[in-house]
Ligand binder design. Structure first.
Ligand SMILES: C[S@@+](CC[C@H](N)C(=O)[O-])C[C@H]1O[C@@H](n2cnc3c(N)ncnc32)[C@H](O)[C@@H]1O
Length: 279
């Protein structure tokens, strides 16, 4: 049997004090002491490993992982993701000196991205049919469809139907307009010989599916539903790399020792998946 005494790993009062430092008006109810999590992370991981806390709480695990040179992912459904975790981790990046900071010589540095989930794309209408949620603006819908179909959402500056691409020559265009032959003829004229286009729309004129060799037409929400899997035990998600991933250095270079001075602020401000203004 192994006993971890509070002298070694801290106790609830320590944890409360640590939590209070980040939000004194609304102290998180069940925080863990940083020293306790430090011991667990020391035993279970190496520097550079990825630590997942899918119940982030006040963010202690992510805080300690960050100070110990681990990468981390935190998931939290409560409002305290914004009121507690975000400010806490931002202060950690800025070199906060509470908890285990002195013990690990934490000087600040690194960064994190803060994402919020978009609202559900499909909603049931009053007849029980799945329709696109009214919360989605045309831009959000286009971005969502690009993600779903494995395209990078990157609207072209001048060509309206080039909203995203999966390769240099393969484009996606999402619209809620009714698609006519006349409309597609105009696009087909602009498409270069080796370019192809996927058009996601609600409705299109009969007979258009096979009309163009390099234009594919698909109906939403049916194309989304085709991607849903019901009654399966093993879900293999189609995870599309973020465009930023390509800019990241190779893994070995990424896990740099704690910098001596706080690094510039890479902390992404709170926004949702589609950069909607709050409120
Ligand atoms: C006791 S706290 C976790 C403490 C935290 N792991 C730490 O390092 O101190 C549990 C948290 O899980 C969150 N939670 C519960 N169900 C969740 C879910 N389905 N998805 C994300 N977070 C969830 C709660 O809101 C609560 O903040």
């Amino acid at each position: 049997m192994t006993l971890w005494t509070y002298q070694e790993v801290g106790h609830n009062q320590d944890a409360k004090k640590e939590a209070k430092a980040f939000n004194s008006e609304n102290v998180f109810a069940t925080p863990k002491p940083e020293r306790l999590i430090e011991r667990i992370i020391t035993l279970a991981t190496n520097p550079g490993d990825l630590v997942l806390d899918s119940f982030l709480g006040s963010g202690t695990t992510a805080t300690v992982a960050h100070k110990m040179g681990r990468r981390w992912i935190g998931i939290e459904l409560g409002e305290h993701a914004k009121t507690h975790c975000y400010p806490r981790l931002k202060q950690v990046v800025d070199g906060e000196q509470g908890g285990i900071s002195k013990a690990v010589n934490w000087q600040g540095g690194g960064g994190f991205k803060f994402y919020t989930l978009a609202p559900s794309l499909l909603k049931e209408d009053k007849f029980g049919n799945l329709v696109i949620s009214k919360e989605y603006s045309p831009d959000m819908l286009a971005a969502a469809m690009a993600k779903h179909e494995g395209f990078r959402y990157q609207p072209h500056e001048t060509v309206f139907w080039k909203q995203g691409q999966s390769s240099e020559m393969d484009f996606i265009f999402t619209t809620t307009q009714f698609i006519t032959r006349h409309f597609l003829d105009a696009i087909a004229e602009e498409l270069k010989g080796d370019e192809s286009l996927l058009v996601c729309c609600l409705q299109f004129e009969a007979g258009l599916e096979e009309a163009y060799p390099n234009i594919n037409l698909r109906k939403i929400p049916q194309m989304l539903l085709n991607r849903c899997e019901f009654g399966k035990d093993d879900y293999s998600f189609n995870i599309i790399p973020s465009p930023l991933d390509e800019l990241r250095p190779p893994q070995d270079e990424r896990i740099t020792p704690v910098p001596e001075k706080p690094a510039p602020d890479h902390t992404t401000p709170i926004h949702d998946l589609f950069n909607q203004p709050e409120g």
